[in-house]
Design a protein around this ligand. Structure first.
Ligand code: IPD
Ligand code: CA
Ligand code: CA
Length: 271
């Protein structure tokens, strides 16, 4: 068991309940927009935002503020909602997988993580399209739709199915193309879902065996890292150093493949 500080058990259950309610309400809003239609704006050429992202975030933030007026909140679209000091910080992606969403590809989610004293202790990822609700609570395990989940037992890269993602600056940076090729040649396959929170939940539930990506943001990984950790997985930086949601590189795996993935990443020709 990890030594992270935790609030009292009854408080932890209340926090989990609020996180689940907020993620489900966000998911309902996303589904409403799939039927009603939505406007798309470009943050950059590839990075999109829609009315659905914005309404989902506004509603989640309002719910959390109502339940916990003194907590800090970090949300993707509007940034930090409260500068006051608190041991609690909610970290919200109101729509992870916006590009999928705008194309009608049913693979996106609402992701809500909660930091306590600087460590993530609650994670909720809700994919309203299936629907699947992933929940992780520090030292209590991880579930999908209420059923416990576990990482896979695949221990050889050659038998693994991995997943990765590319940042929105891919055209300028070319980042991760070399790594993508090398893993593709050494595994049973590499997938790209377009939603990092789902990538982490799918490693947690054994659908993928490992994941790597660089330049993710805290809201992409806050919830997923708790879920993966509680499902028996491992998360570090590319060099094996401890991962925080503010790190710029992430390797997530079933644990058994972790060193092998780090080895291949270390062979990058682009330094
Ligand atoms: C993106 C997704 C994608 C990842 C990008 C993220 P968004 O989040 O998680 O999988 O490759 O780096 O920005 O923009 O859909 O919330
Ligand atoms: Ca995201
Ligand atoms: Ca988003």
């Amino acid at each position: 068991m990890s030594q992270s500080k935790l609030p009292p058990p009854s408080e932890l259950q209340a926090l989990k309940k609020v996180a689940i309610e907020a993620a489900q309400v966000g998911g309902e809003i996303l589904q409403k927009y799939t039927k009603a239609g939505f406007a798309i704006e470009h943050k950059t050429r590839l990075s999109l935002v829609t009315d659905a992202d914005k309404e989902s975030e506004r509603t989640i933030v309002a719910l959390l503020k109502q339940a916990y007026p003194t907590h800090q909140i970090l949300a993707e679209e509007e940034g930090i909602h409260s500068a006051q000091q608190s041991p609690y910080k909610w970290v919200i992606d109101p729509l992870d997988g916006t590009t999928n969403f705008t194309h009608g590809l049913p693979l996106y989610n609402v992701s809500i993580g909660l930091e306590y004293e600087g460590a993530c202790i609650v994670g909720v990822v809700f994919d309203p399209t299936r629907p699947e609700l992933f929940v992780g609570v520090k030292n209590e395990g991880a579930t999908c739709n209420g059923q416990p989940i576990q990482v896979s037992r695949i221990a050889e890269l050659g038998k693994s199915l991995l997943v990765t993602g590319f940042g929105y600056d891919i055209a300028e940076s070319g980042d991760n193309l070399d790594e993508f090729c090398r893993f593709t040649l050494r595994t049973q396959g590499v997938r790209r879902t377009g939603t990092a929170a789902i990538d982490l939940c799918y490693v947690a539930s054994g659908r993928f065996d490992g994941f790597w990506e660089m330049n993710l943001n805290p809201w992409d990984t806050a919830a997923g890292t708790v879920i993966l950790g509680e499902a028996g997985g491992k998360v570090t930086s590319y060099d094996g150093a401890p991962y925080t949601i503010y790190s710029k590189q992430m390797v997530a795996s079933n644990g058994l493949l972790h060193e092998a993935i780090i080895d291949v990443l270390g062979q990058s020709t682009k330094k």
